[in-house]
Design a protein around this ligand. Structure first.
Ligand SMILES: [Zn+2]
Length: 415
């Protein structure tokens, strides 16, 4: 066969063969092969012939899912402002996404209306990870812990959200210290005007503005309460039962996001919530330098933690793929439909004894742990932990690994 004929016979660039596909949007949980061509999903079928693909990666025993969507990260590492929380604590998206199965990250308000465009130019447009953003209602975003209400500007945020609607998916209120609702209300006003959700990091939990009021009265359906398992969120009453206001808020359409972070996840809240069936709408990390080197670690560990606590695997996958896509109104993402962008993860579920930590010295021991084996972003294999594919090195040419015509292997003179 000529090369041209061979190329024509190869319908697919990459084939993931033999995995268990879990795709919430398409209601799929079964063994399927997934083939990719030109950056999009080309086929999802029971048995695709490897001869039709340029590269076949066997994924037997792995769970094949849409590329993970982490709804809460901090990746504005280029603020250029000395001492700015967002700048000093943010990470580079590509440095942390793929190794955890993540193909889309949503920056949760690291930048505000005064510096969003710098964030876009220096991070969003330069990462290969898909980076979307919530704009902070405060001018410089998460520059410090103190949010000056004088710097809230709903009109400016709306204007930017419209101008950058390809990447802006919501508005953030965060780390607000004062005992009033001005930060939340300014974010909601902008969210209404721009028809996008807001995410609230309640910051300082104060008696003047109790959390139950935030979720049962203030937030709109489709708005997001992040840091759901934070220590100061009231979850269980004296008898250990979940407070009814939580179900009431969920019934209203308010969304609950994990946003694990450095100090926003306590076992005493997460364990009973999951045991009583109150699962997160979305699992997210609140990735930053302070959380990634602590109990949170990364997206796949945060998912593992929920799984180990009893959240069913299919729900864990849904809350990390299709659900976050719906929450940010990006329904083109988070599924493996033919024609959709080929963002894919192949994950392994390990059985054994695994410990998980929160930031306050608590340990939880569970029976499962997940790891990310393969990540595909827009059809390209960007993470391959177990180096599937490739060639046995002995089968390659004796001079492989040099640039032909540029580099020369010069042996030392014989002695
Ligand atoms: Zn955060």
């Amino acid at each position: 066969m000529t090369l041209a004929a061979l190329a024509a016979a190869q319908d697919y660039d990459v084939l993931l063969k033999g995995g268990r596909v879990i795709d919430a949007k398409n209601g799929r949980d079964q063994q399927m092969d997934v083939a990719v061509r030109g950056g999009v999903i080309a086929a999802v079928e029971r048995d695709i012939d490897p001869a039709r693909a340029r590269e076949t990666l066997r994924v037997d025993g792995l769970i094949v899912t849409p590329g993970l969507i982490d709804l809460h990260v901090h990746v504005f590492h280029t603020t250029g402002i000395p001492g700015a929380w967002a700048g000093d604590s943010s990470v580079q998206p590509d440095a942390f996404s793929y190794r955890s199965g993540v193909t889309t990250m949503v920056d949760a308000g690291s930048s505000g209306w005064r510096n969003f465009e710098i964030f876009r130019q220096t991070v969003i447009d330069r990462a290969t990870t898909r980076v979307l953003a919530l704009i902070n209602i405060a001018g410089f975003g998460m520059i410090t812990d103190i949010t000056e209400q004088a710097d809230f500007n709903s009109a400016a945020v709306v204007k930017l959200a419209r101008k950058h609607k390809d990447v802006v998916v919501g508005i953030k209120s965060a780390h607000y210290q004062l005992p009033d609702w001005k930060s939340v209300d300014a974010a909601i006003a902008a969210g209404k005007e721009a028809s996008i959700p807001i995410m609230v990091d309640f910051g300082y939990f104060l008696p003047e503005r109790p959390y139950w009021q935030l979720v049962t009265e203030r937030l709109r359906p489709g708005d997001i309460s992040t840091h759901m398992f934070r220590g100061s969120v009231p979850w269980v009453d004296a008898s250990g039962k979940l407070y009814p206001y939580l179900a009431e808020a969920r019934k209203r359409g308010v969304l609950f996001d994990v946003g694990h972070g450095g100090g926003s996840f306590v076992m005493r809240n997460a364990v009973p919530a999951i045991a009583q069936g109150f699962y997160p709408d979305t699992i997210s990390t609140d990735l930053h330098t302070g959380s990634m080197n602590a109990g949170m670690q990364d997206m796949i560990t945060t998912m593992s933690k929920c799984l180990a606590m009893g959240m069913p695997l299919k729900e864990v996958i849904r809350a990390s793929t299709w659900r976050p896509a719906q929450v940010i109104h990006r329904e083109e993402l988070g599924h493996l439909t033919v024609g959709a962008v080929a963002d894919i993860a192949a994950l392994r579920v390990h059985d054994g004894d695994f410990n998980y930590a929160d930031a306050f010295g608590a340990r939880f021991t569970g029976k499962q742990r997940m790891t990310a084996e393969i990540t595909v972003r827009a059809g390209r294999v960007v993470w391959n932990a177990n180096s599937r594919g490739g060639q046995d090195w002995r089968k390659l040419s004796p001079t492989y690994g040099i640039r032909p015509g540029i580099d020369h292997i010069v042996p030392p003179p014989a002695k």
